[in-house]
Design a protein around this ligand. Structure first.
Ligand code: AMP
Length: 304
């Protein structure tokens, strides 16, 4: 069963305090789709310009990512450039060139409309809603977002929330969206707007998962060297969605979601070890299993 993913596909320029690389494969959909592909086939919906390198298309195809929903249109691919400060946590956007993204309307091929699992990776909430308009009722819809949409499209985002099963956002965005300093209150407030589940990512401090009465706190892998944090959140969301799609046994349970959150965290932790999607290119199932085991060991303690 394939998971449907829509989002941005970009050529990124990323600067950290020690390195700078230009024209890297990036975008929320690229990271999410490759993350999900470790568990499940993917149907990708997005847009690129005619300057988009063929090698990236070949790479995505090689990962079981179906590209029938990828529009290749005349013009330049979306470009984003960001710079990380010394803590590798604070990031400034240096430039954004929307290019072909400016007039993008996601259009689903007919055979994508029945996908049971959907990840609306980070793009404008109106476009995320437009994808759902073209679908028969999916089983589980996950939406990701960013501070930009909370600032300029809060109404659209709030409307979208009524149609999704799970929202993923980071701690700063959860506080910005709800006006709550407490992430526990923020999680509950977002749940009251629609999604049954909310995942709040805390960067190097892991992630909180909220359900109706359930709560789960997942740590982060203690990495010594982070090379490029870009796309960690997208890889997390992709891994989570791919795991759910590959383990579809009846209604999605909190137990399955907990495992999905850990797998998402495993993939995100690998992704930041190198620029762009480089680390994911060489990642193996046994790497994933080993780090899943490490997460488990790190979170266990004895009964008294
Ligand atoms: P993250 O590090 O999870 O925030 O994701 C970074 C990715 O988001 C980069 O690869 C960018 O190309 C992409 N991106 C940046 N701004 C936007 C935007 N406004 N809409 C969609 N994707 C974006």
């Amino acid at each position: 069963m394939s998971v449907l993913i829509v989002g941005s596909i970009a050529l990124d320029t990323v600067k950290t305090p020690v390195e700078e690389h230009a024209d890297l494969l990036g975008g929320s959909a690229s990271y999410s789709a490759v993350g999900a592909s470790f568990f499940s086939p993917v149907n990708l919906v997005g847009v690129v310009g005619d300057d988009f390198p063929k090698e990236h298309i070949e790479y995505l195809k090689s990962r079981r990512i179906d590209l029938d929903g990828l529009q290749i249109v005349p013009g330049k691919t979306f470009r984003w450039s960001g710079e990380y400060m010394w803590d590798l946590n604070t990031r400034e956007t240096r430039s954004v060139e929307l290019n072909v993204f400016e007039h993008f309307t996601p259009t689903l091929p007919a055979n994508y409309a029945n996908a049971p699992y959907v990840l609306l990776a980070n793009i404008a909430p109106k476009l995320q809603s437009h994808v759902l308009d073209q679908m028969s009722r999916p089983k589980f819809v996950i939406a990701d977002t960013m501070d930009l949409w909370i600032s300029i499209a809060k109404e659209d985002l709030t409307a979208l929330l009524k149609r999704v099963d799970m929202l993923i956002l980071n701690d700063g965005e959860a506080r910005q969206f709800t006006g709550e300093t407490s992430l526990i209150k923020a999680g509950a407030k977002i749940r009251s707007l629609g999604p049954k589940y909310v995942a709040i990512k805390k960067g190097e401090h892991g992630c909180l998962l909220f359900g109706e009465k359930e709560f789960f706190s997942c740590g982060a892998y203690p990495l010594e060297d982070i090379h490029d944090p870009t796309g960690a959140g997208d890889t997390f969301a992709g891994g989570l969605a791919g795991y759910l799609s590959a383990n579809d046994n009846g209604p999605v349970s909190f137990e399955t979601l907990r495992r999905a959150v850990v797998y998402g965290s495993v993939l995100a932790s690998y992704n930041v070890e190198a620029f762009s999607l480089e680390r994911l290119r060489t990642l193996t199932q046994s790497d994933i299993d080993a780090r899943y085991g490490a997460f488990r060991t790190m979170s266990q303690f004895e009964l008294i």
